[in-house]
Design a protein around this ligand. Structure first.
Ligand SMILES: C[S@@+](CC[C@H](N)C(=O)[O-])C[C@H]1O[C@@H](n2cnc3c(N)ncnc32)[C@H](O)[C@@H]1O
Length: 367
């Protein structure tokens, strides 16, 4: 069936008004720097404009440093790298290559943070949740969530005196408590090979959706509509896709908890970026926002071979602080939504594991 004929397809339903998805959009120049054919900018004026832009950048960075100290007095979001013992076999299984190991630690920790957020809700012991992964790639994160959930279900059933169900995450199996069991929905606009759900055994019969998350109406996705509770996860969802994805998940009345790790902040869009209001309240409105998106990419300098140079390091740290504030601002927006709590944590705490360590955790305390 063609994508447009699928029941959940509603073009642009998760975009904010005036938002457009332009892959790889990046603000390279400030408005006054753009020349037109009618008014070419002289070389002298270009130098002047560049100097002026650098000055504005410096002033903005001074404000960022002050605000960062206020928001993160310890210098970082709360560290929350979690690796429960029951997930150790996953590490043994994936330890052959350092990059596999790194991704396993990221996935297990992100999934464990999601479980902690779930524990703060009335759905903590629900036998019937739908887990939706956005920008899932090979879905290794869902596999880690599936592993945690199997473990929780086994503990819950043992505590209640029932024998553990053979495949507690198989959506076709009705649970003892009368629910429909858990389900997984995996969304990505790209098709990838060697997907985890066909290998790991922790997610049975997931619903795979090959579409842009901007166009998927969660209320019309079968696995979501059949279960009372929705959980959302994403690891390293690029730029504006994080805002679109958060809007999508938070727009569902079934959402109970989410753990979303953003990345590529330079691909955010001013229209649609969820933290805009809070940053404006902090005096960072107008042209500051595209400037912040651009400065965010300096963080990668921390891994550059010349990172021992103090100037390179300073710029790298500036990029890191900007990313912290951009994600904190998203959290502050989520906190304004009725019934939702939100916190920014570092789901990994070492640069070697990832520079993109931030995770937006949100949960609904009441049913
Ligand atoms: C950096 S990769 C991360 C993949 C995986 N989550 C991981 O951590 O290994 C980002 C993924 O998000 C997907 N993606 C980005 N924007 C998207 C969008 N608007 N709709 C659907 N998928 C998107 C990409 O196709 C890609 O697979």
């Amino acid at each position: 069936m063609a994508l447009a004929e699928r029941p959940y397809y509603r073009q642009g339903c998760n975009l904010s008004q005036s938002e457009t998805v332009t892959e790889g959009e990046q603000v390279k120049t400030m408005p006054e720097e753009r020349e037109t054919e009618d008014s070419p900018i002289s070389e002298a004026d270009q130098i002047l404009l560049r100097e002026r832009e650098k000055q504005r950048e410096r002033e903005l960075m001074e404000r960022v440093e002050v605000l960062h100290k206020e928001v993160f007095p310890s210098g970082r979001p709360r560290p929350s790298q979690l690796y429960p013992d029951h997930a150790l076999p996953l590490l043994d299984k994936n330890s052959s290559r350092p990059s596999n190991r790194k991704h396993t630690v990221q996935n297990v920790s992100l999934a464990a943070n999601l479980m902690e957020a779930l524990d703060r809700t009335a759905a903590a012991s629900s036998p019937s949740v739908c887990v939706t992964e956005l920008g899932c790639g090979r879905a290794n994160l869902s596999a880690a969530v599936g592993h945690h959930m199997m473990h929780r279900d086994a503990l819950r059933l043992t505590a209640s005196g029932s024998p553990p169900a053979p495949t507690p995450v198989d959506p076709s199996v009705s649970t003892e408590e009368g629910g429909r069991g858990h389900a997984f929905v995996l969304i990505d606009r790209m098709r990838v090979r060697r997907v985890a759900d066909r290998r790991c055994g922790f997610i049975a019969n997931p619903e795979r959706i090959h579409a842009d998350i901007a166009d998927v109406d969660m209320s019309l996705v079968q696995s979501v509509s059949e279960r009372p509770h929705l959980l959302g996860v994403a690891k390293h969802l690029c730029g504006c896709a994080t805002d679109i994805g958060l809007r999508m998940l938070l727009g569902s009345d079934r959402i109970r908890a989410l753990a979303v790790a953003p990345c590529c902040h330079h691909r955010c869009q001013v229209n649609g970026y969820l933290g805009k209001g809070w940053l404006e309240q902090q005096g960072m409105g107008g042209d500051d926002l595209p400037r912040l998106f651009r400065i965010a990419q300096w963080q990668s300098m921390l891994l550059h071979p010349s990172a021992s140079d103090p100037e390179v390091r300073r710029k790298g740290e500036a990029g890191r602080q900007v990313k912290d504030l951009l994600d904190h601002a998203r959290c502050m927006h989520i906190r304004t939504l009725p019934g939702l709590s939100c916190e920014l944590v570092d789901f990994v705490t070492e640069d070697d594991l990832s520079l993109e360590r931030r995770c937006i955790l949100a949960w609904r305390e009441e049913e």
